[in-house]
Design a protein around this ligand. Sequence first.
Ligand SMILES: CC(=O)SCCNC(=O)CCNC(=O)[C@H](O)C(C)(C)COP(=O)(O)OP(=O)(O)OC[C@H]1O[C@@H](n2cnc3c(N)ncnc32)[C@H](O)[C@@H]1OP(=O)(O)O
Ligand SMILES: N[C@@H](CCO)C(=O)O
Length: 290
Amino acid sequence: MTANEKNGFLLSSGQWQNHYLNNPVSIVVVNLMPTKKITERQFLESFNQLTQDVELTFLYPATHHFKNVSFSTIAKAYVSLAEIENYSFDGLIITGAPVEQLAFQQVDYWEEFRTICDWAERHTKQSLLECWAALGGLYNDYQINKHQLSQKIFGIYQATGINKCNQLAKHFTNQQLVIPQSRHSNPSVDPENLPDDLQIVAENNEIGPLIYHSPGKHRTYITGHPEYEADTLAQEYYRDLKKRLPIQEPRNYFSNRNTGEIKYSWRKSSTQIYQNWLNTFTQQKVGTLV
Ligand SMILES: CC(=O)SCCNC(=O)CCNC(=O)[C@H](O)C(C)(C)COP(=O)(O)OP(=O)(O)OC[C@H]1O[C@@H](n2cnc3c(N)ncnc32)[C@H](O)[C@@H]1OP(=O)(O)O
Ligand SMILES: N[C@@H](CCO)C(=O)O
C-alpha cells in the first residue's frame, strides 16, 4: 500500500511524491536521527510495503540544540509536540539517536522525550521506540538502566528465541526474525526478573532481547533499527573508520568483504515486524481503543 508524508524534508523538497490514501493509519515519527532525510525515506519505504495506507507526521524535539540542521529549518519542516498535543494519532514511533553513550540526563531533549512518552499513552493507540529511544523508554517506564559495552553491537542479529504467543511475533515461526543493530549500550535487564507488565518478544542468545512489549503501556521497544536500508550500516562503518573511532566490521552483513557487497537479509523481516506492530492497533476491537 502507500505511505505519505504529512510534512517533512522529502515532501518540501519534492523528493517524495504523495498519492491518494484510503483511510490511512496516522503515525507521528519523532525523528532523532541526524540524517533526517535518509531516516524519513527509510520509514516511508518500509511502510510502503504494508497492507494499510499510512500517513507519517514528523516531529522534532523543540528543546534540542540541533547540530546538522538549523532550528528554523526544522521548525518549518516538522511539527513540535506543542503543535499537536491536543490531537490523537494511531501510532507513535521514536527513532534511535547517536547519543546512547551519554547518561540519559545529559541528552538535551531527555525531559521532552519523557513528556512525549507520557503524551503517547493518552493520545496514541500504540508506540514503538527504537534503539536509543528503546533504552530511554525502558529507563523511563521501568527504571531499567543501560550500561556501556566494551564493543559496539554492530551488524545483523537473528532471534534465537521467540515468544510465539505474542502478536508481534506472528509469522516468525517459519520466517527468520533479523534486525540491524548499531549501539554501544545495552539495557541492564534481568530476563528472569522482568517487571510484571514487560514481556520479551524476541531475543538473541548473545546480545539479549531484541523486542520487548508492554501491554499496559501499549508500547513496543526494539533494540535495533528495522528501517535501516541496505547500506546504512556500511555508511556508519565507513564514517567511524574515517573518524578513527574504534569500530569493528558489521557482523553478518557483507556478503563479500573485498567488494563491500551487502547481504540485504533483514528486509522481509523488517516488513513483518512493522506489519505486526500496525496490526496490534489496526485490528483492535472497538471499545479497546485509547
Ligand atoms: C534537510 C536537512 O538539512 S536534514 C540534515 C542533513 N544533514 C545530514 O544528513 C547530516 C549528515 N551528517 C552526518 O552524516 C554525520 O556524520 C553525523 C550526523 C552522522 C554525525 O555527525 P557529528 O556531528 O559528527 O556527530 P555528533 O556526535 O557530534 O552529533 C550527532 C547527533 O547527536 C546529537 N547530540 C550530541 N550530543 C547531544 C546531547 N547532549 N543531547 C542531544 N543530542 C546530542 C547532535 O546534536 C547530533 O544530532 P542532530 O544533528 O540531530 O542535532
Ligand atoms: N548508533 C547509530 C545511530 C542510532 O542508533 C550510529 O552509529 O550513528
